[in-house]
Design a protein around this ligand. Structure first.
Ligand code: C2E
Ligand code: MG
Ligand code: MG
Length: 572
């Protein structure tokens, strides 16, 4: 996080004003001298000439000397000129001050929201810290970051994003006490600085709660209707400086609040957290993880593992779900729960996913043609307008029939951009790719979504299956999902089958596919191949497969499921 800059007056405006002043200055000095001389002459000369005029008017003299009269008239002209220049100069000074004030405002405020900006919040915070200290108070720094703002911006356009930022700034500003500072630090990041009684930190907890409530109230901006949540990081000026052990200043407060805010995001967003010393090391670890992950992608350290999928009625192996693993030289074998969220956050999920899917397609080509391959897709990938094309390209490159591929998407994908997801799913389905709704029961997909989106299968989340043996409620949920699937004509997979007891219960409830540790843990390709070879389920070492035909027909598959068929080349 960059430190806070010192305020910098608008140099351009000042430089311009300086130049203009320099040029006019010499002329004005000359004019001042001339006006002063004219005034002296006027005083000396005026009495004589005016006296002469008065005497002549009264018939007592010949009138003033002609030369002196002309000189007096010249004096008067010079005085008028001097006066006008004085007026002009006063106006120029007024305009110059106004321009300087505007330049200062521009330099210190955020043009979009009218809040302070990153440049001005630092020195003002330092001043507030000193003033609060003198009064026996402490200064608290609150870092605010909107949750998932990038997605809202991407989906709804930047004009909506801008209006949303303005609305959020207004809502935050409304709940802040008088005398506090509010700045937009850039993007969707805001900061508030508030002085409080050091013995009443709960005031800031209350304020943080009010900010969260105010921002998350329903909002309607252009086409966008919904809610925006925020994550807050808090710190105070009398805490020990655990970052560099120096005196606490604005830059240190900002850094600490930023770390706390980041932690609040990590803990689930839509919350506030106070800074603690241990957070710093976590941040460092996370940044090391990020670099290792970037390196890992370039070094090809991400590999597919495979979990068996079984027809529970017949016990027959129907295919595998590919689950990515990170084979890191430094960290060992890392699970997707750790690296997928990071890859999503740093924008590398697409690259990572394509790498493992490409490898999985090459692996799966070696299996018997009736075996399917399921792959998980992140919600971020579904937002990529080129996703369908990229996937079809991978299929063509691996010469793998689309009808043997299943895409698993989670319910969270359906929360935003439902029409975009609909288009994408339809286009994938038209190529013959199957679409499963993964982790069903944990999200909030509505019945209308289930009806309108052309899914091929529902996968009941493992949290219901693993607990089924001793939790009647889970069993009821499984029954309900089974009825729902029947109603929508969607076959069901139960994931997380760990025991015979659960398997038997599922077999009694319905005609499911299933997967879980009962059938084995996810394993790498060579172990899959060894198992398939034992069961005579490897593809026959036939002549090279003919290229996919352009008429949309696929071959070599036996899915046992009712779905459209297509061919990778049709869209590639
Ligand atoms: P998922 O798609 O629901 O995958 C099933 C997870 O359940 C896997 O965890 C699997 O190892 C685990 N599991 C399977 N059987 C059992 C069981 O009997 N008991 C229990 N307790 N767990 C079982 P894993 O491999 O850690 O994957 C976790 C999640 O990470 C996956 O959930 C999936 O959402 C995501 N994921 C994995 N690979 C990828 C990928 O390549 N791309 C994306 N976007 N997400 C992935
Ligand atoms: Mg899955
Ligand atoms: Mg799942």
């Amino acid at each position: 996080m960059a430190g806070i800059d010192k305020p910098r007056p608008d140099r351009t405006a000042r430089a311009l004003a300086g130049k203009v002043r320099g040029r006019h200055g010499e002329r004005d000095l000359l004019l001042l001298g001339v006006t002063a001389a004219a005034t002296i002459l006027f005083v000396g000369n005026g009495g004589t000439v005016l006296g002469g005029i008065v005497a002549s008017a009264a018939g007592l003299g010949m009138g003033p000397d002609r030369l002196l009269t002309n000189a007096l008239l010249l004096n008067i002209a010079l005085l008028i000129l001097g006066w006008r220049r004085h007026e002009q100069l006063s106006r120029e000074v007024r305009e110059h001050r106004l321009a300087e004030e505007q330049a200062r405002l521009l330099a210190e405020t955020d043009a979009l929201t009218g809040c302070l900006n990153r440049r001005s919040i630092g020195p003002l915070t330092d001043r507030l810290i000193a003033e609060a200290q003198a009064r026996g108070e402490v200064t608290t720094f609150i870092m605010i970051d909107l949750d998932n703002f990038k997605q809202i911006n991407d989906f709804n356009g930047h004009a909506v994003g801008d209006q949303l930022l303005v609305e959020c700034a207004r809502r935050i500003g409304e709940v802040l006490p008088a005398g506090s500072l509010l700045a937009r630090l850039g993007g969707d990041e805001f900061a508030c600085v508030v002085s409080i009684d050091p013995h009443r930190p709960e005031i800031v907890d209350g304020l943080a709660e009010r900010i969260i409530r105010a921002v998350s109230a329903p909002v309607r901006v252009g086409e966008f209707r919904g809610q925006v949540t925020v994550s807050l990081g808090l710190t105070r000026s009398d805490c020990r400086n655990q970052l560099n052990h120096g005196p606490i200043d604005a830059a240190t407060l900002l850094h600490m609040a930023d770390i706390a805010m980041y932690q609040a995001k990590k803990n689930g967003r839509n919350r506030h957290l106070w800074f603690e010393g241990t957070m710093e090391s976590e941040i460092r670890y996370r940044s090391e993880l990020e670099s290792a992950l970037r390196r890992g992608i370039t070094q090809g350290e991400f590999v597919p593992y495979y979990e068996q999928q079984i027809d529970l009625r017949t016990g027959e192996l129907t295919g595998f779900e590919m689950l990515a693993r990170w084979n890191s030289p430094q960290l060992g074998l890392v699970g997707p729960e750790v690296f997928i969220p990071i890859a999503e956050e740093i924008g590398l999920i697409g690259e990572l996913s394509e790498q493992v899917i490409a490898q999985a397609l090459r692996d799966a080509r070696e299996w018997a043609p009736q075996l399917t391959l399921s792959v998980n897709i992140s919600p971020i990938q579904l937002r990529d307008p080129w996703f369908a094309q990229k996937l079809l390209k991978l299929l063509v490159e691996a010469n793998f029939p689309p009808s043997r591929l299943d895409i698993e998407i989670t319910e969270t994908c359906l929360h935003q951009n439902i029409s975009g997801v609909h288009t994408l799913i339809t286009s994938l389905k038209n190529q013959g790719i199957g679409i499963s709704l993964d982790d069903f029961g944990t999200g909030y997909s509505s019945l209308s979504q289930l009806k309108s989106l052309p899914f091929d299968r529902i996968k009941i989340d493992r949290s219901f299956i693993t607990t089924m043996a001793n939790d009647a409620e889970s069993e009821t949920i499984v029954h309900t999902i089974k009825s729902l699937g029947e109603g929508f004509g969607l076959p069901i997979t139960a994931e997380g089958i760990e025991s015979r007891e659960v398997l038997e219960k599922l077999q009694k409830i319905g005609n499911f596919k299933g997967q879980g540790y009962l059938y084995g843990r996810p394993v790498p390709a060579d172990m899959v191949n060894a198992m398939l070879a034992q069961r005579d389920l490897m593809a026959a070492p036939a002549a090279p497969a003919p290229p996919p035909s352009p008429d949309g027909e696929t071959r070599g598959e036996n899915r046992g499921e009712n779905r459209d068929r297509g061919d990778a080349t049709a869209a590639a």
